[in-house]
Design a protein around this ligand. Structure first.
Ligand SMILES: [Zn+2]
Length: 78
């Protein structure tokens, strides 16, 4: 069955994706999440128990495969 995007009616294709997940003050990026991605607008659709599993991983299960450094910039109009 082909799925279509709720927002733009684009085609949703199964595609492992990266998801940004905030856990308290920490940002975890979870790679290789099984999800459907709209080919038109990029909206992500979760599969099954995805959120609960992400929460488990964000709490530290499995450990990190690598680290990224992220800059935090304060908004200030020019
Ligand atoms: Zn879409």
């Amino acid at each position: 069955m082909m799925r279509t995007c709720y927002f733009c009616k684009g085609k949703v294709v199964n595609q492992p994706t990266s998801v940004d997940f905030w856990w308290a003050d920490e940002l975890k990026i979870i790679e290789n999440v099984p999800a459907g991605v709209c080919q038109q607008c990029g909206e992500k659709y979760s599969e099954g128990n995805f959120y609960k599993e992400m929460e488990r991983l964000a709490k530290g299960a499995g450990g990190a495969v690598r680290r990224l450094s992220v800059d935090v910039v304060r908004y200030s109009p020019a």
